[in-house]
Design a protein around this ligand. Sequence first.
Ligand code: SAM
Ligand code: SF4
Ligand code: SF4
Length: 348
Amino acid sequence: MADRLGRPLRDLRISVTDRCNFRCTYCMPKEIFGKDHPFLPHASLLTFEEITRIARLFITHGVQKIRLTGGEPLLRKNIEVLIEQLAALRTLEGKPLDLTLTTNGSILARKAKALKAAGLRRVTVSLDGMDDAVFRSMNDVDFPVADVLAGIEAARLAGLGPIKVNMVVKRGTNEQEILPMARHFRGTGVVLRFIEYMDVGATNGWRMDEVLPSSEVIKLLRTELPLVPLDPTAPGETAERWGYADASGRHDPRLGEIGVISSVTRAFCGSCNRARLSTEGRLFLCLFASQGYDLRALLRGEATDEAIASAIGRIWQGRSDRYSELRSTMPAGSTGGARHIEMSYIGG
Ligand code: SAM
Ligand code: SF4
Ligand code: SF4
């Protein structure tokens, strides 16, 4: 099954909560997500049974990979139970899913073992710098770097690898952390990925001049650490891969690799095979969509599995979203006419 631009559906991202214990300035600025912010009531959230049912129906359309996200997914109570249910699902080819999760790492040290035992394959951890003062001010809840590093180490010991670490780069805020992050993770087996600061949501006050293009990240890294381009490992992969080179200029697998995700300067909509399910069961076809399709109404109504699966199919087949490709043609500061949904609502 393909959408109107010929793209298959392979990757489903499920947001399991809209709450978070961080207030990253680029995602959930405190002024907007304060004490009085109306988060979703529990009854609005899809239950684990509803999520597993819908995941099974997405798989009938070719989904191979499921990523749990949020908000902070590890804050959802008994998340291990959901992971167990999802880990039991099989792809159309009868294989286990590529089941993963994106977390801020704050409670990963406590949870890593249980997550692995439940059937989670690997994790992606977000970390925006090695310097404590910089990181504490970016997460805006004074959370220390050391605790995230402890989470990453616990995940490694639990066998939740290969671990990826995502760093959002904001010019003028944490660009000085690029080299220290690379030095820290080189040779550890962790794949560090630099993400361009994106204009997701409507509350972070995004400005183009705060985007540090990935090309500049690579240029900076190469002043100290030799890098060579690597081939993509999977179709639709968002990250461009670069391997650390040895003295002879060839990639040395022991030193590992990094990735750059150029969501702003080099759109990859042409191969975008991702669907996103919000915490309350709305299906979004693009990170920059302003409207979702209410699948929860179908799940809580009388609809049969077949009816829901065919609704998903119809929605995907009608998809023509390619916001990042169109962004460059929009007037500066424009959002294409609509208010974007928040990253903390839809996940990354
Ligand atoms: N709370 C979890 C975390 O931070 O890993 C999962 C949800 S978070 C919304 C998913 C990813 O989106 C994180 O890696 C975060 O850094 C990234 N992100 C959030 N806002 C962003 C923005 N404006 N531009 C680029 N990446 C962003
Ligand atoms: Fe929370 Fe993740 Fe958003 Fe930071 S990026 S505020 S950790 S949801
Ligand atoms: Fe996919 Fe939308 Fe991002 Fe393009 S802008 S890569 S269609 S999520």
